[in-house]
Design a protein around this ligand. Structure first.
Ligand code: HMG
Ligand code: MG
Length: 331
């Protein structure tokens, strides 16, 4: 039995559903729906919600409305959003400048530990991608904009197969030295296992402190929650997840959805780890977008809660009906 006292007391969840979740959807989601989803996520208590990406609309048509999304977010009531950060993805200086002009206050750059994936995803080598990020880091420093760094394919690549922890550590260290305040390790195609996760974190934590690391698990092989538990046991406190388990990368064949935020919150609640998230309200957000996309909710926890709600509504209405009948009998 593991010692639960050794687990972190508090965890930060980085909600990536609106960006990672929707970027992979072929049905174009209107800006209003994206903003409504963001509002529901805010209401659930999430404090970091990736809003969109400032990438080429030719590469990711779903996020071509990035300016409109930001415009509507900036227009939201301060009382609602003052405690929430809305980072956006920026692949190059053009994306960064566009993001800042649209009102972004935080950005994320994304590199990979696999050369082939880097080429497919951002059309350049790993080294070229880091060179492209250099001006972003410089400009961000001038403007006091925090930059998050992603490393993709940390536990496997759709084109190259296994990826060594050594390679991941090299890229993570560079992004950290450039000035990323946090490095998110992306299991882009969801092939990781708890053993591999531990080995990876052990290696990367030698060059980036564990408290500056985040994990980002897609759940293709159903190992994401187990991997997160392994990461928590190692003291990791930053978890990326996606409402209703949406997600995938258009340039990583076979990448399924991210681990569902609802499932992560349920896990954390069961371990008495604080996340400050209202699970019921989060389930409402996931239900909203799943219904809009007309697809099954990817969160098992959400499906169970929604089914319980339906059953108890049915019981309540049966009770009301029988009370009414009893009253009719009395009178
Ligand atoms: P490129 O074609 O090599 O770019 O794309 P380029 O510099 O040669 O420019 C070509 C055209 O794109 C030009 O326009 C540029 O102005 C324009 P044209 O003259 O032809 O009209 N352009 C841009 N437009 C808007 N915003 C920009 C931008 N940059 C250039 N920022 C590029 C290179 C990086 C732009 C492209 O490959 C791209 O947008 N890729 C993004 C792919 C993507 O978003 N993937 C998903 C996110 S990563 C992910 O999901 C993984 C993650 O979740 C972690 C994990 O799971 O592992 C983070
Ligand atoms: Mg991802």
């Amino acid at each position: 039995m593991p010692n639960l006292n050794q687990l972190p007391k508090q965890v930060k969840i980085i909600e990536v559903g609106v960006r990672d979740g929707l970027q992979n959807e072929s049905t174009l989601v209107p800006t209003e729906v994206k903003v409504e989803l963001i509002k529901k996520l805010v209401v659930s208590g999430l404090s970091v919600i990736e809003a969109t990406s400032f990438v080429s609309p030719k590469w990711v048509p779903q996020l071509a409305d990035q300016n409109e999304v930001m415009q509507q977010l900036v227009g939201l009531d301060d009382a609602m959003t003052h405690r929430v950060r809305f980072p956006v993805l920026t692949p190059n200086l053009k994306g960064f400048e566009n993001a800042i002009a649209a009102g972004a206050k935080e950005v994320a750059v994304f590199a990979a530990a696999s050369e082939s994936f880097s080429q497919k995803n951002i059309n350049c080598s790993i080294e070229q991608s880091i060179e492209r990020f250099d001006p972003i880091f410089k400009r961000a420093k001038e403007l006091n904009i925090p930059v998050r760094g992603y490393v993709s394919c940390v536990l496997g690549c759709p084109y190259e197969g296994d990826i060594s922890a050594e390679k991941v550590a090299l890229v993570a260290e560079k992004l950290y030295q450039y000035g990323s305040y946090e490095i998110s390790l992306g299991d882009t195609i969801g092939v990781g296992t708890p053993g591999k996760t531990k080995a990876l974190l052990e290696r990367v934590a030698k060059v980036v402190p564990i408290e500056k690391l985040a994990v980002h698990f897609h759940d293709t092989y159903g190992q994401a929650l187990a991997n997160i538990y392994a990461a928590l046991q190692m003291g990791l406190t930053n978890i990326d997840s996606s409402v209703a388990g949406l997600g995938g990368c258009p340039y990583a064949k076979g990448a399924s959805g991210n681990v569902a935020t609802e499932d992560v919150v349920y896990l954390l609640n069961g371990l008495a780890i604080t996340s400050d998230i209202d699970l019921d309200k989060l389930v409402d957000a996931g239900d909203y977008i799943s219904k809009f996309l007309n697809k099954e909710n990817g969160s098992k926890v959400a499906r169970a809660i929604l089914s319980n709600r339906k059953n108890s509504n049915r019981k309540n209405s049966n009770k009301k009906n029988s009370n009414r009948k009893n009253q009719e009998l009395i009178f």
